[in-house]
Write a protein that binds this ligand. Structure first.
Ligand code: SAM
Length: 381
């Protein structure tokens, strides 16, 4: 049977594998390993035969065209995180800073049954699929539905725990019947028991889908919902709909993922600053003097003003370094200079920041006395 490389780890790169090729931090490409193929980059071509049989994570090196220097790539096993960075975008997608937070907030684990709408580019679907028992995902756009279905099939997810259904969930809800356009497999019944324990809605109008949820969520345990919306007006409407439909513990969160870097900054002394001022003053004076000489030479008819002295080099007396900008570049941490440790943060926030509206619902509060008694006796499993 086909094993999903997204859920089962393997050691060696083999023919037919989906591999993710790491070229640089912002450039990861998915390839299917085929001994007849090469992977082309602007640095040169990497033959798949050089990859086959090597452990995942290996570095593959080639000599670059022309310069003869080394270029290298890393061949990595697919993970939902890397897939999110390399997948073909068909829509806006949910990135790992959001998806990881959402999954832990909704207590997703191996017993969670998730409803997701819409599927979009399947970025979040891959993350859910790795963790949860079942994922029921819905997409109303016909082409995106087909593409996502093919991708889930290729990645072995349809055989594992993912069901995709072609559906407008705002109009028609979440129930899956045999007559529907779906990847679901019907065994004894002609309707699927969804019993969802977590719901994720990444839709333009989640408030129109919320009232359909009662029919498909688990009745006897707490269910979590998360609605992912970029505008605060959408949040407002979503909250109103959640309240009207009996959802509680409503809370809105926004993830602002940032990278903090530990860096070194040069310590600049007062003496350096004064030297810099003297340098500016000196060069300004020389500049005025040269201009005066040039004008004088020109007015005397000396077209080729070679007699005019060339400008002086910037101040380079001791260290050849101007600590305030111009001059020789100094490598961060150069032991000839004094440094202090500082924290730098990225100026731009990376994750796509939507508002995350969370809520929970416990439909049936009836206590099952048999189970309680079993728990008290220590006889439940
Ligand atoms: N979360 C996805 C991911 O990480 O790749 C991206 C979802 S994308 C932003 C939203 C998707 O919802 C689109 O593909 C759109 O076609 C679909 N959609 C919008 N309204 C829908 C509806 N009423 N029923 C089902 N799908 C819908």
């Amino acid at each position: 049977s086909y094993q999903s490389q997204f859920t089962d780890y393997k050691d060696l790169i083999q023919e037919g594998d989906l591999a993710l090729i790491w070229i640089s931090r912002g450039n990861i490409k998915a390839v299917t390993i085929d001994a007849k193929e090469t992977f082309n980059t602007r640095y040169g071509s990497f033959s798949h035969t050089d990859m086959i049989g090597k452990p995942y994570g290996s570095q593959i090196a080639i000599r670059t065209r022309g310069t003869g220097r080394f270029a290298f790539i890393h061949v990595l096993q697919p993970t939902p995180e890397l897939w999110t960075l390399s997948l073909p975008h068909r829509t806006q997608i949910v990135y790992t800073p959001d998806s990881s937070y959402i999954m832990q907030r909704m207590n997703c684990g191996p017993h969670t049954r998730v409803i997701e709408a819409g599927t979009g580019s399947g970025s979040f679907s891959h993350a859910f699929a790795r963790t949860v028992e079942k994922l029921f995902t819905y997409e109303f756009h016909p082409v995106r539905y087909e593409q996502a279905m093919q991708e889930f099939k290729d990645h072995g997810l349809l055989n594992e725990n993912v069901t995709i259904t072609h559906r407008d969930v705002c109009e028609d809800g979440f129930t899956i019947k045999e007559s529907d356009e779906t990847s679901a497999i019907f065994e004894s019944k002609n309707e699927i028991d969804l019993d969802a324990t977590a719901v994720f809605l990444d839709l333009p109008a989640p408030w129109d889908a919320i009232h359909h949820l009662d029919k498909v969520i688990a009745q006897d345990q707490q269910v979590g919902v998360c609605c992912f919306s970029p505008c605060i007006e959408q949040v407002d409407k979503t909250i109103e709909s959640l309240e009207n439909n009996g959802w509680t513990n409503i809370e809105m969160v926004e993830i602002q993922g940032r990278q903090y870097e530990s860096r070194r900054q040069m310590v600049r002394s007062m003496e350096d600053a004064m030297e810099r001022c003297r340098d500016i003053k000196r060069r300004k004076k020389e500049g005025i003097e040269q201009k005066r000489l040039r004008i004088e030479a020109e007015s005397n008819g000396e077209i080729n003003a070679s007699s005019v002295p060339t400008p002086r080099e910037p101040f380079t007396e001791k260290s050849k370094f101007n600590p305030f900008g111009k001059g020789t570049r100094v490598k961060e941490g150069d032991p000839d200079f004094k440094w202090k440790q500082v924290t730098k943060i990225e100026s731009e926030i990376k994750s796509h920041t939507s508002y995350l509206t969370f809520a929970t619902k416990l439909s049936s509060r009836t206590r099952n006395d048999t189970i309680v008694q079993q728990c008290l006796n220590g006889t439940s499993d």
